[in-house]
Design a protein around this ligand. Structure first.
Ligand SMILES: Cc1cc2nc3c(=O)[nH]c(=O)nc-3n(C[C@H](O)[C@H](O)[C@H](O)COP(=O)(O)OP(=O)(O)OC[C@H]3O[C@@H](n4cnc5c(N)ncnc54)[C@H](O)[C@@H]3O)c2cc1C
Length: 295
């Protein structure tokens, strides 16, 4: 069905989750969230380029985004998908373009998060993160996915180069891609168990914990772990996607916790939305639920 859905119809679903097509719209959304005491991470929509020239265009867009965050005095970091910079075409090319972005972002005191993509990218993205974090420990953060069976081992590996002064900031999420059963947990309880164990490990090993979930039971578990480890407020934050569970988001903020919202924008919203729906049809139910119940 997704393949034949008209653009206008997909936009009906997508607009609640996407700040807009333009940078101005992304800045307006971010300012609105900032006014509620919420930080943002701004993402330019796009992924899996097939020609290197596309990476150059995306870099320009990101440079404009970074400049705009600074000019508008918006509290926001930037999220980047490495395949948008050619990770699957040429790893060195991808590294040098993202490195340039980080250098510019540092000048503007903006940090960059490397999003995690499908399992074909995991090893390369860890290697990319290691290289960039070793050079810019104060400016780059990373993502791990609790549905992958390897995640606890990946955390153990990251511990080997975790810098005490600038602890590695990991956004821990469940994971959005459809992965084969031999490498990924499929059962919700098993994914949640891996999430909780991973978060527990992160707190034992001095990671900055970005707790990215809308799952109430996981949020409850996260609060238990914060209490158990007496984890300092300066060492964790919650993260959610723009448009998802705003009431829950506001409750977490009202309890005095730091919250960051993922704000995607750009012309490539159609490709992004339909790809996500095709990859994970379960999202359709989530989206319909979210349109009806503002929970
Ligand atoms: C800030 C942030 C950044 C992320 N970055 C990445 C990344 O880099 N790589 C990656 O693979 N994944 C990423 N994700 C997506 C993540 O992996 C999950 O797919 C997504 O967050 C849903 O998982 P959940 O923990 O909310 O739990 P779920 O059990 O999936 O959801 C709990 C409830 O939240 C609601 N909900 C969740 N998602 C939606 C939605 N899209 N629309 C409407 N309602 C929804 C539903 O009511 C659902 O029942 C990110 C998520 C967040 C919050």
């Amino acid at each position: 069905m997704v393949a034949v859905m008209p653009e206008k119809f997909v936009w009906l679903f997508s607009q609640r989750y996407i700040a807009g097509r333009t940078l101005e719209e992304a800045m307006a959304t971010s300012k609105m969230l900032n006014s509620k005491g919420i930080d943002c991470t701004v993402d330019v929509l796009g992924e899996y380029i097939t020609k290197k020239e596309e990476a150059v265009e995306y870099k320009e867009m990101y440079l404009r985004t970074i400049a705009s965050v600074k000019e508008n005095k918006v509290e926001a970091s930037i999220s980047v998908k490495p395949t948008m910079f050619g990770l699957l075409l040429d790893k060195d090319f991808c590294y040098s373009h993202i490195r340039e972005l980080i250098i510019e972002a540092r000048k503007q005191e903006v940090t960059i998060c490397l999003d995690m993509e499908d399992s074909a990218c995991t090893d390369d993205e860890i290697a990319l993160f290691q290289k960039l974090y070793t050079e810019f420990p104060d400016s780059v953060s990373f993502v791990l996915q609790a549905y992958l069976k390897r995640t606890l081992n990946d955390l153990k590996y990251l511990t080997t180069f975790n810098n005490k002064e600038y602890p590695i900031n990991i956004r821990l999420c469940k994971g959005i891609y459809v992965e084969p059963e031999d490498i990924a947990f499929k059962n919700k309880h098993r994914i949640n168990k891996n999430y909780t164990e991973s978060l527990d490990y992160m707190m034992q090993h001095n990671f900055y914990c970005s707790i990215a979930t809308h799952d109430k039971s996981l949020i409850r578990e996260a609060f238990h772990l914060i209490e158990k480890h007496k984890y300092a407020k300066s060492m964790y934050e919650f993260q959610m996607l723009y448009g998802v569970r705003p009431k829950l988001r506001d409750q977490i903020v009202q309890k005095g916790n730091k919250m960051r919202i993922y704000v995607p924008y750009g012309q490539n919203w159609f490709g992004y939305s339909t790809r996500r729906l095709k990859e994970n049809p379960r999202m359709v139910t989530d989206i319909i639920k979210a349109l009806i119940i503002r929970n």
